[in-house]
Design a protein around this ligand. Sequence first.
Ligand code: PLP
Length: 347
Amino acid sequence: MIDIASPQRLRLDSDALVHNWCWLARHGGAEAGAAIKADGYGLGARTVMDRLAAAGCRHFFVATWGEAAALMPLPEGVTLSVLHGVGAEDMVAARMIPARPVLNSPQQVARWREAGEGLPCDVMIDTGMNRLGLRVEEAMAGALDGLAIETLHSHLASADEDSDQNGQQLAAFHAVRTQIAARRYSLANSAGICLGADYGFDLTRPGIALYGGIPRREAEGHIRQVAFPEARVLQVRDVPAGETVGYGAAWTAPRDSRIAVVNLGYADGYLRCHAGSGGGRWNGRKLPLVGRVSMDLTAFDTRDATEIAEGDWVTVDYDLPRESAACGLSQYELLTSLGARFDRREK
Ligand SMILES: *Cc1c(COP(=O)(O)O)cnc(C)c1O
């Protein structure tokens, strides 16, 4: 096979990842697991799992059985839960793969019971989000009797805001906990962890904050950037003052300029909303994005970085809270939209 080097890399700073996980475990007042669905929020679920397992993380969460299968074999002493539970079409996979479903509906509970082997499972109770999970009344009315529940979960709808819904869901979860036996109880995602140890119970399920997202003020100054997209310079060109760059002639050179055209575009998940606010860095020097983002190309003004050359790497600005505020995408979208062309590797 020919080894074809990608002109794009997505660097994962695993020291920062582990640092963030440790902070979340301390601040949450409970053992911390890790949500690694959507390929570890786009960073590479296998690497994330290996690094966090080595740091002591024992509980991981994916969305689907396909994601679970891709993570086999699991590191020693680690458990994996599948958040979407089991559909009829998942039962073969669910029996074969050493992961457990998070049962979300009476139908899923019945399906798991019929499998009949007393296999362990997790259960999701909906305490007010109305997304996935059994209703509290269903759970209290005996729908879960006889199940071997490892972790009983609920999920917060508004934890990133100072909403009354947080306290309401917390109270509902406490009530469920007194009625339904499980080995452990889990409520908080990243934002829920920031709400304080009252929300911690036995296990937390951080996702976005592991990867450098700041869900609430409480995490500011504690969470480090983890994901660093980089792309190669394809061409460096001199653009005389008054000429324009790119589609729609959206940027006019205010002075004689040197422009670096980089191997990155909206087909890679670097979306057009970055125009006007995005930027990159080369040897520590700032390169503002100019003009529109194309499908596979983006132009940067090199300013005083005049020695920049074809083939050099530009690190794209990707501080999640800052870019999210500037371009309007959520911190989650910024990570999970990064495409398959990136070569995912550690820093
Ligand atoms: C994705 C997910 C999480 C992680 O949420 P973050 O906001 O990324 O921390 C936790 N719990 C459930 C049920 C999820 O689906």
